[in-house]
Structure formats: C-alpha cells, structure tokens
Design a protein around this ligand. Structure first.
Ligand code: ATP
Length: 366
C-alpha cells in the first residue's frame, strides 16, 4: 500500500480539480492512500494542516469545477534548498513517497529537481538530526509524475494541457458577444487574449471566430505589417463584413522583439482605416468558469495514468510527464518536455522564430 500525494501549482486552470479527483479516486481504487497538498509547494514546505489524507467522497463534485479546489501558489521557498529540505521532511513524516504535480513548466522543473536531490535531502535531514536513519529507510526513492495544467497550451510534447480548451471556449464565447455589438455599429475590436510566450489561444480563437488578423509571439509579422493588416481588413469590409476582429496574444511582438500592443493596433485601425475601434482585454475571465467536456475527460484519463505511472515506476527510468498525443494518453520524459518548452521562449528571445515554431510542434523521440 503506497501513499500518493497530489498538488496543483503555478497558474490555475479549469480541470485541475478534476485531475485531483481522478488521482485521489484512482489511488484509492488501486488500493493505495491518497493525500492532497494544499497551496502548491507552499503546502509541501509548510506541511501540517496543508497535507491532508483524502477519502473518496472528499472530491465529490470536483470534476466540473474551474480553478483548483486545493489552492495553488507561487512559492519562493521551494526554489531554495532549505525549502526543499522542509518539503522532504514533510513527505517522510506523512509517509508519502509518490508525488503527482499538476502545473506548468516551472512547477514540473521544481518537481524533477526535488526528485533528483533525493535521497540526498533525506541524508542531510538525518545529519541535522531532524529525522532518524530508521525513519528514512523505507523512503529511498521518490517517484514523481507531472500533469500539465495550464490554459496557455504551452508545453512541448503534448497536444493539449489541462484547461486550454476551457479557456479557448470562454474566449470564443466572449468574441461571439463582441461580434454582435461590433456588427451592429460596424466597429472594429482589438481583443487581447492570454498565453504569455504561446500563441495557441490566439490562433485557435482566431480560427474559431473568423478573426480578420492575429498577432502571436512565435511568428511576428514582418516589416510593414500595418499596411498588410489594413489591406486585408479593407478587403473584408469591401466584401460586406460589418465588423472587424483582431486578436492580439498578450506576448505579441514584432521581429525586433518590441511588444505589439492592443492600443497600437487600435491606433493603426483608427488612423489608417478610420474605423471606430475599441480594445477589449479579456483578462482573467479566460481562466474562470467550469471545465469544458474535453478538459474533464483529459483531467480524468491523465489523472488515472499519473497514478499508474507512480505505482509502476521503475528505478532508473526518467520521471514521466503525462501527455496526450494524437488522442492517446502517453508518457513523455518530463525533463525533455520542459527543456523543449523553455527552448521556445529562448528561441523567441534570440529572434530565431523558425526554431520557436519547430520546438513548439516538436515531439520527443524516444
Ligand atoms: P504557469 O505556467 O501557470 O506559470 P508554472 O508552473 O510554470 O505555471 P511557476 O511560477 O514558474 O509556474 O512555478 C510555480 C512554482 O514552482 C514556483 O513558485 C516554485 O515554487 C516552483 N518552481 C518553479 N521553478 C522552479 C525551480 N527551478 N526550482 C524549484 N522550484 C521551482
């Protein structure tokens, strides 16, 4: 019988609670004990009441919920070794040796670092007389598994992150609302969406709403884009379109890495096309609300797979990140997936946009 803990970390996303439910219930169904670590790594570092044993009914009704019902946080202490020592101690005290982390690339990096420092952390705790040799004896390995929870869909090696499709649905709904008022007044709207270094939400919402023009970080427009955008929009208007929708990802940049702001796009539309233009920044509405069916399904199937990965873990194998590849739940090496994801941001910073796109689409080949 193993004790398996689950936590959510980094930015919240719809479906995280569904993933927690799936982990708790599948752990119990497989004959193990399930624990939740509240408030992300903060709970791991602080321990006490923030680490709770969960029963089947404790997660009842969690499948559809937005956000995360066990809380999330950014935790500076876990980035430092003393924080991770405290975290290791709290796991041992609770008898936990399997940890499932649902979060973004930062959270998964932290999880793998923690695992790689094991059992050194335990030996140090014995030296400091915080734990005894007998206490650490049964905990020589820590198994971890990563679930990717993020609305941005910014992780390499997986087709979808938990929460991305809920956010996409919410954005589309908001653009549909805006469409009606835009068409009534023949207005233009510049709509800013989330995604940081990732243009997935912008591209997919643009495709799904028939936007006139889209700005994303991985593929900045070339010089003279203002004229190209205006020509396209003018053509659409000539064809009888009564509204204009431009979607700007929050991380949109030009080829010199200068941010392309919604306000600047608005100014171009007003100055060049004399369009009555408004800016709508969708903000945190994109993260709220219940999880769409796809995210409930993804969270459930991946949560079960994460527990299986912990239970069947073999020593010496790299920690897995639970992914979805062409509609199949898969396991990918967590470190490689995180490395490729960080590579995208790095490539953008180096103005190597082809490489950014390549890494974004890349699959790790085992
Ligand atoms: P999102 O994509 O929503 O921002 P994220 O998981 O990438 O999610 P971060 O803020 O980068 O969010 O990381 C969440 C937490 O994970 C941090 O507050 C920190 O506690 C831990 N963490 C991140 N990077 C590291 C690291 N290199 N070493 C140890 N811990 C880390």
């Amino acid at each position: 019988k193993r004790k398996i803990a689950v936590m959510t970390s980094g930015g919240d996303s719809p479906g995280m609670s569904g993933a927690v439910r799936a982990v708790v219930r599948s752990a119990i169904a497989m004959g193990h004990e399930a624990y939740c670590i509240y408030e992300g790594y903060e709970g791991l570092v602080q321990g006490g009441d923030l680490i709770k044993k969960m029963d089947w009914e404790d997660v009842r009704g969690w499948l559809s919920e937005g956000g995360t019902l066990i809380g999330t946080a950014r935790c500076a202490a876990f980035r430092e070794r003393p924080g991770r020592l405290a975290a290791a101690r709290n796991l041992i005290v609770n008898g936990i040796n399997g940890l499932i982390v649902c979060g973004g690339d930062g959270s998964l990096t932290g999880a793998d670092l923690f695992r790689s420092e094991w059992p050194g952390l335990l030996e140090e705790l014995v030296e400091r007389e915080e734990l005894t040799k007998e206490q650490i004896e049964p905990f020589q390995t820590l198994n971890i598994a990563g679930l990717v929870g993020s609305i941005d869909n910014d992780m390499s090696c997986t087709d979808a992150t938990i929460g991305a499709y809920s956010s996409l649905a919410r954005i589309c709904q908001a653009v549909d609302y805006i469409d009606a008022t835009a068409a009534s007044h023949q207005r233009a709207f510049v709509i800013e969406v989330m995604g940081r270094h990732c243009g997935w939400l912008a591209v997919m919402s643009g495709v799904s709403t028939g936007a006139d023009y889209i700005f994303i970080p991985e593929k900045p427009p070339g010089e003279g884009w203002e004229k190209q955008m205006c020509d396209i929009i003018a053509r659409h208007r000539k064809l009888g379109k009564r509204k204009t929708i431009v979607i700007v990802a929050e991380g949109a940049i030009d080829r010199d890495l200068k941010p392309i702001t919604s306000e600047y796009v608005k100014k171009v539309l007003v100055d060049e096309l004399k369009l009555d233009t408004r800016v709508t920044c969708l903000g945190h509405v994109q993260r709220g609300g219940t999880a769409v069916a796809y995210d409930r399904m993804l969270a459930t199937l991946q949560g079960v797979e994460a527990v299986r990965a912990i239970v069947n873990a073999k020593t010496g194998r790299p920690s897995p990140m639970i992914a979805i590849t062409e509609n199949k739940i898969t396991r990918k090496p967590l470190v490689e997936a995180v490395r490729m994801t960080k590579g995208v941001a790095e490539a953008i910073k180096n103005k190597d946009f082809d490489q950014a796109m390549k890494l974004r689409d890349a699959e790790f080949d085992e």
